[in-house]
Write a new protein. Structure first.
Length: 265
């Protein structure tokens, strides 16, 4: 099932692209490591992403990362993209971080990819429903979005949502009722699919597949040739849905968080 494992260079190339789809409001480079911060909103926007050599010995690099995040009142965190079933340099880094007591944060995720257009014919939309793709998220779209199930919307959230070079806030609506949403971003021929959510009152009606297929079709009209998404490993309903839509597994990632003591980071 989980074939098409990418070699490290391909994973790094995809992660480099993905980092431009969901960005921190503050970013800087430490050699080949991208440091991102956005007031703590989402792991992707508040973690260091090792895309190459940090230009320092590892302990010095970790000390610099820890200091950068602690200066911003954030826990030092590193995102680690890993092949699904193979040893890798990233795996070596993961092991070294474990030895230095950097703890694994809950919620590892798969990265899945697909070629566009998708080889998938979605179920027809409910009667009187329509698909919309708006340049900005309106209040109704934002009200439907719940990051990790939370209805809290910090002020920085909007800045992160519109951080890509180009994005569209897609939805399926029936009158004023928002049935499903997805954020679509476009960078360098890649589409990114994030913030996919179906109204809990309308689940098991094919809306997850419908919003995925419609957003990907919109991506094709905007010049995208491939699409990626990230989904938590234990979200089997979503991974099964994306497999049916034509997505395949690329790799996985998790986060390592520094120990609380500044001296050990």
């Amino acid at each position: 099932m989980r074939d098409h494992v990418l070699v490290d260079d391909q994973i790094i190339d995809l992660e480099r692209v993905a980092a431009r789809h969901w960005r921190g409001t503050e970013e800087t480079w430490l050699g080949g490591w991208l440091l991102r911060a956005a007031e703590g909103f989402t792991g992707r926007a508040n973690s260091a992403l090792p895309l190459g050599d940090p230009g320092l010995p590892l302990d010095a690099a970790l000390h610099a990362v820890a200091g950068w995040y602690r200066d911003r009142g954030l826990p030092p965190m590193i995102a680690l993209p890993l092949p699904l079933d193979a040893d890798s340099p990233a795996g070596d880094l993961d092991a070294l971080l474990s030895e230095r007591s950097w703890a694994t944060r809950p919620g590892p995720a798969f990265v899945m990819v697909a070629d566009l257009p998708l080889p998938f014919a979605p179920r027809e939309l409910p009667r009187d429903a329509q698909f919309l793709a708006d340049q900005e998220p309106d209040d109704a779209w934002l009200a439907r979005y719940h990051y990790r199930g939370s209805a809290q919307q910090p002020p920085v959230m909007r800045d992160v949502l519109i951080s890509a070079q180009a994005q569209a806030f897609t939805s399926i609506r029936s009158g004023t009722d928002v049935l499903a949403i997805a954020r679509l971003s476009i960078v360098d021929g890649w589409a990114g699919l994030t913030a996919v959510e179906v109204n809990s009152d309308h689940r098991r009606a094919g809306l997850g597949a419908a919003i995925t297929a419609a957003a990907c079709a919109e991506a094709v009209t905007r010049g995208a040739r491939s699409v990626f998404l990230q989904v938590e490993v234990d979200n089997t309903a979503a991974t099964s849905l994306y497999e049916r839509c034509g997505f395949r597994y690329s790799h996985r990632y998790h986060y390592r968080v520094a120990p609380a003591s500044p001296g050990s980071g």
